[in-house]
Design a protein around this ligand. Structure first.
Ligand code: SF4
Ligand code: SF4
Ligand code: SF4
Length: 305
């Protein structure tokens, strides 16, 4: 049976969502080989916070002007939201006073929790590893939001037929042989595009050529959450930088599978198991938000210019 939004809602009503959830979670386990994965590398030492990427993202994706929390000014959003898929924020290290801009968007996880957590397979990963939303089966349960360890997907609360909004790697541009709009416009090449292999090589090259420039010579996203396709070189500790929270190398879907197999001997459905693991993540995010608030109080600096 072909799933559409109406039949998906009907299936949920008769309790079919759990069965679909099992299928969706299992389908998410395979991913394309590393050299075929598209990727971005963002380098905090090159970004000047001009926000050209924010405007280009909005234009390329046909998003409505975002004037929320910005006293009517265009493109001054404080957070990712249903009109903003890409944002630049400013953070500082309270100990050294050093500051850093940080670009935030979907990380395009190699083993994405949003895909595995969606009971209706409305979040999917294509052959290039791009994680995208298919509205035809979405029932608006927002499991993807709860499951995401980076707190990325947003929901159109004020729409009758709401969408899940997040960066989809400009997949419409990739299909035309173009590169993501944010990478195309960046005047400093602070965010660049290539395969994941190429981006990792470039990151290691920069680390090798600039001893001491990057925090612990670390490429954030190489392993975190099972690896992501957006990679970061940062001069500050990533844990001070918003969504770059400290995460285990094991992906959330792998952890859920571990919980099922070890504690529940496979009897627990992925959807229920997600509830358990997501509550751990929600607690971690609350702690993280508290840290950010304290950091803002200490430094007197808001997250964004
Ligand atoms: S960052 Fe969140 S929304 Fe993006 S792919 Fe990973 S789990 Fe999904
Ligand atoms: S890849 Fe496209 S959608 Fe994603 S942040 Fe860049 S411009 Fe925005
Ligand atoms: S366009 Fe480049 S330099 Fe400007 S804010 Fe975006 S990433 Fe930074």
């Amino acid at each position: 049976m072909k799933l559409n939004r109406r039949s998906a809602l009907k299936a949920l009503a008769i309790g079919g969502a759990t069965v679909a959830g099992v299928k969706a979670a299992k389908a998410s386990n395979g991913h394309p080989p590393n050299e075929k994965l598209v990727a971005m590398l963002y380098d905090t030492t090159l970004c000047i916070g001009c926000k050209a990427c924010v405007v280009a993202c909005s234009e390329a994706n046909g998003l409505a002007p975002d004037s929320q929390e910005s006293h009517g000014m265009y493109q001054m959003p404080r957070y990712l939201n249903d009109k903003t898929k890409n944002i630049i924020k400013l953070y500082s290290d309270p100990k050294t006073g050093l500051r850093s801009f940080v670009k935030a968007q979907c990380m395009h996880c190699i083993d994405p929790a949003c895909v595995a957590g969606c009971p209706m397979a409305a979040l999917r990963k294509d052959e290039k590893g791009v994680v995208y939303w298919d509205g035809t089966t979405c029932i608006g349960c927002r499991y993807c939001q709860i499951a995401c360890p980076f707190n990325i997907p947003k929901f159109e609360w004020n729409k009758v037929n709401p969408k899940i909004v997040k960066c989809e790697f400009c997949n419409h541009r990739l299909a035309q042989g173009k590169i993501p709009a944010c990478c195309e416009v960046c005047p400093r090449k602070a965010v660049i595009y290539g395969t994941r292999d190429e981006m990792l090589k470039e990151a290691r090259k920069r680390i090798g050529a600039n001893p001491g420039r990057y925090f612990q010579d670390h490429v954030y996203g190489e392993f975190e959450a099972g690896g992501t396709q957006v990679l970061y070189l940062t001069h500050l500790d990533p844990k001070l930088l918003g969504h770059l929270v400290p995460l285990d190398d094991e992906s959330l879907p792998a952890r859920v599978e571990g919980v099922q197999n070890t504690l529940y001997m496979g009897f627990l459905t992925p959807v229920i198991a997600y509830g358990a693991v997501a509550s751990i993540l929600a607690k971690r995010w609350k702690e993280h938000e508290k840290e950010v608030e304290e950091h803002e109080k200490e430094t007197g600096l808001k997250e964004q210019l």
